[in-house]
Design a protein around this ligand. Structure first.
Ligand SMILES: Nc1ncnc2c1ncn2[C@@H]1O[C@H](COP(=O)(O)OP(=O)(O)O)[C@@H](O)[C@H]1O
Ligand SMILES: [Mg+2]
Length: 275
């Protein structure tokens, strides 16, 4: 990596350090002039789309990390100053929700006909409602927990409602460590993970990581959803929340990861709540 980065930057790399948070494929690159972020193995279709999406986000005043250089294997990003946390405080959660509202609003203006996302792996299957409802029963995954079949059956009953929701480009991986913060304020969202889905589903991805997973309770989900939008259709919200949680169970299972106890537990929590 060092040689490639030095050729791209035209300067000597002093240090390459793995980041504290993230997948393990991300490093901080230190040079005399400053810092950069280097990532290995990012999806080319995500990067192509990210480059097209940048002006849409930036014209709404949302700071984004630019791509400085990329190859088939490596990407070098601009460094953005900010802190990363594993878990948000309540105030940070509120600010992050307000920020993603603006972020999704900006993404809404991006024409989804121009989005070319290839089906590359089982995560792509798991995020498709059609796959969850029509193909999941044949995968044998129902045997992992009855809650998976129950969630699928509930979503099936709501199929018409969910499929008529308008879709847009969203960021589908909104855990706290994909936000850069300054105190309680968000400076940027990173790790662009595009999906085409209803806006509410994007919010639910955020609430899955930052509320349901942290609290292991569904009690405050509606209250947080109202921070996003006062006028919230609870039935639609409940469907999206269920789909977002099912996605996090089915994704790993389809990829052969069987340590999904906590994720299954969260699905049970959601099914047992009034949601
Ligand atoms: N542009 C950036 N500027 C500053 N820090 C960053 C930037 N991009 C990533 N990071 C840091 O690196 C961590 C991992 O990066 P991320 O893009 O989320 O990759 P991963 O795919 O490994 O999750 C982030 O949680 C953040 O702390
Ligand atoms: Mg990340």
């Amino acid at each position: 990596m060092r040689g490639w980065v030095e050729r791209q930057l035209g300067e000597e790399v002093l240090n390459i350090i793995p980041t504290e948070f993230g997948s393990g494929a991300t490093s901080i690159v230190q040079t005399q002039k400053g810092r950069y972020i280097a990532k290995v193995g990012e999806r080319q279709d995500f990067l192509d789309l990210y480059e097209k999406v940048l002006p849409f986000l930036e014209s709404s005043g949302l700071k984004q990390s630019h791509i400085i250089a990329r190859s088939n294997r490596l990407v070098l990003y601009e460094w953005i100053t900010g802190d990363t946390c594993k878990v948000f405080s309540e105030v940070q959660t509120k600010q992050a929700i307000k920020y993603i509202k603006k972020y999704f609003e900006a993404l809404r203006s991006f024409p989804i006909n121009d989005v070319k996302l290839e089906r590359q792996n089982a995560w792509d299957d798991a995020q498709s409602l059609e796959f969850l409802l029509d193909k999941l029963p044949d995968t044998g995954i129902f045997s992992v927990s009855p809650s998976i079949a129950e969630a699928t059956a509930r979503l099936s009953r709501m199929r018409d409602l969910i499929t008529t929701l308008p879709k847009q480009l969203i960021h589908g991986d909104l855990g706290a460590d994909n936000f850069l913060m300054r105190g309680n304020m968000v400076t940027s969202i990173i790790d662009f993970t595009p999906q085409i889905a209803p806006e509410m589903y994007g919010l639910c991805q955020f609430l899955y990581w930052n509320v349901l997973r942290q609290e292991e309770s569904a009690a405050s989900l509606h209250t947080w959803a109202k921070v996003y939008s006062e006028v919230m259709n609870e039935e639609i919200f409940d469907c999206c929340m269920l789909q977002a949680t099912l996605y996090r169970v089915v994704g790993p299972l389809l990829n052969g990861v069987t340590t999904v106890h906590k994720r299954v537990h969260l699905l049970e929590v959601l099914l047992e709540s009034s949601i």
